[in-house]
Structures are given as C-alpha cells and as structure tokens.
Design a protein around this ligand. Structure first.
Ligand SMILES: CC(=O)SCCNC(=O)CCNC(=O)[C@H](O)C(C)(C)COP(=O)(O)OP(=O)(O)OC[C@H]1O[C@@H](n2cnc3c(N)ncnc32)[C@H](O)[C@@H]1OP(=O)(O)O
Ligand SMILES: Nc1ncnc2c1ncn2[C@@H]1O[C@H](COP(=O)(O)OP(=O)(O)OP(=O)(O)O)[C@@H](O)[C@H]1O
Length: 666
C-alpha cells in the first residue's frame, strides 16, 4: 500500500492532477491516519483547522492570506465546522501532484452535529446542525469515482492511477489559448474585447501580456489595485494603474492622456454606468472577468452589459494554468460548492409559474433548487459559498422560482428579519447593541429615526434575478408580488437593500417600494451607494415607511453633499428641530449613534444654536483634517452636541440624557 500510494502521487504530478482524499472517522482515528500519510508523502502539509495542528497551520478565516502561494498537500479539518469558502481557496493553492485530505466526523451522526462555521452565516449565537449541506457533501463524494473515501474500520480504498497524458506547466510564455487570444487582441483596430473564464485560467496574466507587448499606450483599471498583482507581474514596466473613479473624472474633464487600450480587470465588479463611461474614452478596451469561483461571478452582468455594446469581441479561456484540464480536485470542489453557475446559454421558454421551494428540496429536488441557486449566482456578482450554506440550512430563509417549463426563468430569495424585543431595538437605535443578522431591520433602527423600528417583522428580499433572455417581461415584478402575498399575514413590510443605480431603483419603484435610506459610502465591491427601500404590509409597516421616507426627504439637503449622485427624493424644507431630532441628538450626544446617522438633525442643531461649536461646524464643512484619531474626534463632536442641547433647553436635555443612558444596560 505504501508503494502504491507513493506511485499514485508521482502519477498525479506527472499528469498535472490533484485529488481529494476523505478520512471519515473519530478524532483519534483521523489524526492517526494523517500521521501515517504525512510520514509517507513528502510535502508542505498545510493544515487548515480551527484547532492548532500540524507544523504549517492556518485557521479557515486566514486562508485568504495564502492566495498566490503554493503548497504540496494539505489537510482541511471539517470536524468542527465546514468553512466551504476556505476549502475552495485552499484547493486553489495546491500544486499539481497534491492530495487534499478532508477530515470528517463519522457520517452517521454528521447531519445532526452543530457546525461551528454556521455562526458566520446563520445569524445565531450558537452553532446549528447543517443537515442539507452535509447530505449534499456526502452525495457529491459518493458520486465521484476520483475521490478516495477512507472510512474508519474499513481498509484503505483501492487506488486507480490516472489515465491521462503527461502535463507540463506554462513557463511564462503565453500558453496556446492565451496566445490565440493575444494575437487576436494585437490585431484589433477598435472595439471592446471581453475575456471570461473560471478562476486560474490566466486571464489577468493575458491582460498583462497585452500591456507588455503593445507598442503604444495602455491604461489599466480595476475595482481595487491590490487585486492586480498578477496583471502587474506579467505587464512588467508597462503597468500603469488608475482607479475607475479617477479615470472617469479625468474623462469628464477631458484631461485624460490618450491611450490605445484600456484594460479593465474584474470588470463585472464595476457598476455599469461607470464602466460605460470608461469605455467611451478609448479606441480599444479589454474587459476581463471571472465567471465562476469562490468570490462570485459576473456572468449575468457581463452578458447584459455586453449585449448593449455595438463593437464587441468575446473570448473565453478554459484551460487551467497550474494543473491539467479536468483536474479531479477542481471538479469535486465545483460540485460541492455549485460553482458551475448558469451560463445563460439556454433561454427558458414558455409561460412562468411561480412556486416556492423549501430547504428540504436540497434533499428531494436537488437539481431544481440547484438550478435556482445557479441562476442567482450567475446574475449576482459575489455570490459566495457562504450564501449557499445560508440558503441550505440557516433558519428563516425562503426561496421561490418562476418556472418556465422545467427551467427557472427567475429566482427570489427572502430572509426573515426583525421582531426584536423593544428594549433591544432601542439599544440598537442608540448604538449600544448590534446583534447578529437582521440587516435592514437593524439598519432601520440604527440609522433611522424610530427606536422601535427593529421590533417590526420584515421579509427582506436578499436576492432576485431574472434570466437575461427573459428580462423586462414582468417576471421580476411577479416574483415580488408573490412575496408580497406570502408575507402579508405575518410581516409588517417587505424590504430590500441594494447597490443603487437609477435602473435598479426604477424596478423597485415600479414594484411600489418606497426609498427610506441611502448610505453615504460607496460599497467597495460595486462602487454603488447602498439603498434601502420598504413595501409596507401592515398599518405599523405603513407608519414606519412613511416616517422614514419623510425623514429622508427632510434630511436630503444635508445628505446630498456627502453623496455624489442626485438623491431620488423631493427634499422637504423643514429646518427647525422637532421631537424626533431632539431624541436623535440625545442618542448622538449621550449614547453611541454614528455621526453619519445624524447628519440632518446635527445640521438643524447648528442652525438653531449660536454657539461656535467649532468641531461640528468643521465636520459638516468638510474641513475636518486628520489631526486626531477618529475616536477622539467623535468624542468632541458628541461633547459639543451635548453642550448645544443643554444651552437650548437644559431640562429637556437632562431628561433625554437619563432616558438614553438606561438603554446601555439592556
Ligand atoms: C436585492 C437584490 O437582489 S438587488 C439586485 C437585483 N438583481 C439584479 O440586478 C440581477 C440582474 N437583473 C435582473 O435579474 C432583473 O433585471 C431584475 C430582477 C432587476 C428585474 O426583473 P425583470 O423581470 O426584468 O423586471 P420587470 O419586467 O418585472 O420590470 C418591472 C418594471 O421595472 C422597471 N425596470 C425593470 N428593469 C429595468 C431596467 N433595467 N431599467 C429601467 N427600468 C427597469 C420597468 O419599469 C419595468 O416595467 P416595464 O418593462 O413595463 O417598463
Ligand atoms: N502563461 C503563463 N505562464 C506562467 N504562469 C502563468 C501563465 N499564465 C498565468 N500564469 C500564472 O497562473 C496563475 C493564474 O493566472 P491568472 O491570475 O492570470 O488567472 P485568472 O484567470 O485571472 O484567475 P483569477 O480569476 O483567479 O484572477 C497566476 O499565478 C499567473 O501568474
């Protein structure tokens, strides 16, 4: 057996493959077999585990810091919890000829065993069992003949060496596929070229090679510079990076230096309107985007975006660079995490029927609910394995599909929120507490005007997507109407939080949502401002929606300077402090409400009060220079607010301070 395993490992290296070996058993057995394996197979043997184990150890949360590094052989310990995203990232670091050993508990008790990783995505303090995911993992392992599954008490499984040709790794020169695309790009006279591929196909390297080979000027942009290392490495001295915002601003001013090419890495993560602006400034553009992987996919976005461009040339890279095509480890990871998202090549035809699916469908109708998940992840950038795990096993999730024949043409994912005890909601409003989950419900309290907001029950539309070939047929609107009917009996409102674009807002507005909040920071991933909107379903929901919308209108004039897009609300001209302002200012001065959540009331305070209040005034004039840390600055802002309140009405200020102070003991 020793020799067989060593020979097999050599054969894997020779053919450019990696494999998964599952060790199923109790802790002592698993550790003993691993000691045996590591003694026989030389390698780095990186351990990924919550427990400190092995010489080279990394916690699941830190695997991302290893991206770009390479290892021979690794252990992924899933006995305490299954950090699926870490498993995927780990598999990307393994060289050809490696084993990835997956440690699992005995399968009989596994579905009922609490999974420590669930604390990251279930919104529960305690770990919960994850029977649907565990069942899915077991099925994938059993169905894949290239996975070795060694059970405690059973003999080591039979080894079948790979029947594949010899493989050698690319040496820095473009490989065959890269060369073909590069030649086409070098001949391109004008237009937009799009290169899509799953992870690790050499897209960024290809973009770098273009920059290096092109004789004229080439500009590079991407959502974040830190993600352009590979491109930079292959571009050498020709690499010059400009952030998308800066480039768009230069184009608007007409001051951008002329260039032959613009290269946009991870283009799908840049919002459409910004991307469109960038494309106009250059005769040739190369957009590169990932269409599969643990960080999400830009397939739906790119399809739709590219359909609107006149002079478009699309290319695809399929061949992995660092291991052989058809690598068994890559294949099983893709199956486990449903990475093969919808490529939207097949148009679902026929009338749509809307139907709900329960989490039980992962066991009873895996193909159907899998197709729904693939549709959502094909359409949404950054759908991650955490989303898959949440959808499979977290409490309070609901999904529905618009079925055209046997295919989903639309998908909807809803999450239950709210229902917090009144005292806790008030503590969230004051900034003293921030329990897990409840994204919109908590934000309504923490950033909105009503301390009781999080007591209401909401159903948040976490994701909605319609197949690109079936959009603008009111399928999206029907899915929302379905959710509205489903939610009406037990909820006060439907909610949505989304990256604001005028087109998307038009959709929510047409579905009769009311805008209640727009954040003042752009999301790092999309460059959009986060917007929140509500569709009330009860009298309490109506009141909350109306109140928050009016608050947004009243604050609009003060928010606008912080937000670089026109706010889509009609501003109200009400400059005097009201009851809600006093309460909110007390929440800022005497508790922990964030300053951004009090922009309107603080500005009204500055108008009402004749004191100098230098720190507050400088803050809103945008003149606050970084002469002190943020903590000290906030303290002074709070102190000045307290002084102003006391000057305006000492008794009222005192009473409010007492009320607010009590909230911190909840
Ligand atoms: C929480 C979140 O998931 S936010 C992200 C939403 N999802 C996405 O962005 C994924 C990609 N996009 C999609 O899947 C779809 O475009 C959706 C879900 C946004 C809309 O679904 P559709 O079925 O195309 O929309 P539907 O036909 O129901 O549109 C209803 C109305 O909304 C408005 N609308 C919808 N899309 C647009 C658009 N792109 N531009 C302007 N208005 C629009 C229109 O007024 C439309 O009515 P009309 O066609 O009669 O004028
Ligand atoms: N022709 C080549 N020769 C040598 N190394 C290469 C070649 N092409 C790509 N690589 C290397 O392979 C790895 C993966 O390439 P790259 O990052 O370009 O892939 P990608 O498709 O952009 O993947 P991701 O979506 O993960 O960013 C990188 O380390 C890169 O330097």
């Amino acid at each position: 057996m020793n020799d067989a395993l060593i020979n097999m490992t050599r054969a894997l290296a020779h053919t450019g493959q990696r494999r998964l070996l599952v060790l199923e058993g109790d802790d002592a057995w698993g550790d003993a077999q691993l000691a045996w394996l590591t003694a026989r197979l030389p390698g780095d043997w990186l351990w990924v585990s919550e427990r400190p184990q092995g010489e080279l150890h990394c916690t699941p949360g830190a695997v991302r810091t290893l991206l770009g590094r390479e290892f021979t052989h690794a252990v992924f310990d899933a006995r305490d919890g299954f950090a699926a995203d870490a498993l995927a990232a780990l598999s990307g670091t393994l060289r050809a000829g490696s084993w990835l050993v997956l440690l699992t508990p005995p399968w009989r008790g596994w579905p009922a065993r609490p999974d420590g990783d669930s604390r990251r995505w279930s919104d529960r303090e305690q770990a919960i069992p994850t029977p649907h995911f565990v069942h899915h993992v077991m099925t994938c392992i059993q169905q894949d003949n290239d996975v070795l599954h060694w059970r405690q008490g059973a003999p080591f499984p039979a080894l079948h060496p790979p029947d594949a040709p010899a493989w050698s790794m690319a040496n820095g020169q473009p490989d065959r596929q890269q060369e073909a695309v590069l030649n086409a790009l070098m001949r391109l006279e004008h237009g937009v070229a799009v290169v899509t591929a799953p992870r690790g196909r050499g897209k960024s390297a290809l973009a770098g090679m273009l920059a290096r080979q092109w004789p004229g000027e080439v500009w590079v942009t991407a959502p974040a510079k830190v993600a352009t290392d590979v491109l930079a490495q292959h571009a050498g001295e020709r690499f010059q990076f400009t952030a998308p915002d800066a480039l768009a601003a230069a184009l608007t001013r007409g001051t951008q230096p002329t260039g032959d090419w613009l290269i946009v890495d991870e283009a799908a993560a840049i919002p459409g309107p910004l991307l469109r602006k960038l494309l106009c400034g250059f005769p040739r553009v190369l957009m590169v985007t990932t269409v599969q992987g643990y960080e999400g996919t830009g397939r739906g976005f790119m399809l739709k975006f590219c359909a609107s461009l006149p002079d478009i040339h699309t290319y695809r890279l399929d061949c992995p660079i660092r291991w052989a095509p058809g690598d068994p480890l890559e294949r099983i990871i893709a199956a486990l995490l449903l990475f093969d998202d919808d490529d939207f090549s097949v148009r679902p035809v026929g009338d749509c029927q809307i139907a709900a699916l329960t989490q039980e469908a992962w066991r009873t109708h895996p193909a159907q609910i899998g197709a729904l998940y693939r549709l959502l992840s094909g359409a949404h950038y950054r759908t991650s394995p955490l989303d898959l795990r949440r959808m499979m096993d977290a409490p309070g999730q609901h999904v529905a599909q618009a079925l055209a024949g046997a295919r989903p043409a639309g998908a909807l994912w809803l999450v239950e929120e709210g229902g917090l005890p009144p005292a806790l909601s008030q503590a969230v409003w004051a900034g003293f507490r921030r329990p897990r989950g409840n994204l919109v419900a908590q934000s309504l309290a923490a950033h909105g005007g009503s301390p009781e907001a999080a007591t209401l029950r909401g159903l948040r539309i976490s994701r909605i997507a319609v197949h690109p070939a079936r959009q603008r047929e009111r399928i999206g609107a029907r899915l929302v109407a379905w959710a509205q009917r489903e939610a009406a009996r037990h909820h006060d409102y439907l909610s949505v939080s989304f990256g604001y674009t005028p087109e998307l807002w038009r959709f929510w507005e047409r579905c009769r949502f009311t805008l209640v909040r727009i954040g003042s920071h752009r999301e790092a991933s999309s460059g959009c401002y986060t917007a929140m909107a509500l569709l009330p379903l009860s009298a309490a929901g109506e009141r909350l929606t109306e109140q928050e919308h009016q608050r947004l209108r009243r604050d609009a004039v003060w928010l606008q300077p912080w937000i670089a897009i026109p706010l889509p609300v009609t501003p109200l001209d009400q400059a005097t402090l009201n009851e809600a302002d006093w309460r909110e200012l007390a929440g800022f001065a005497f508790a922990h409400r964030p300053v951004e959540a009090c922009t309107g009331s603080l500005n009204r305070l500055l108008q009402a009060c004749t004191l100098p209040l230098p720190t507050l005034r400088a803050w809103f004039d945008g003149q606050q220079h970084a002469t002190e840390g943020r903590k000290a600055l906030l303290k002074r802002l709070r102190q000045e607010t307290a002084t102003a309140l006391c000057t305006l009405d000492a008794a009222r200020s005192d009473a409010l301070q007492k009320q607010v102070a009590e909230l911190q003991f909840i």
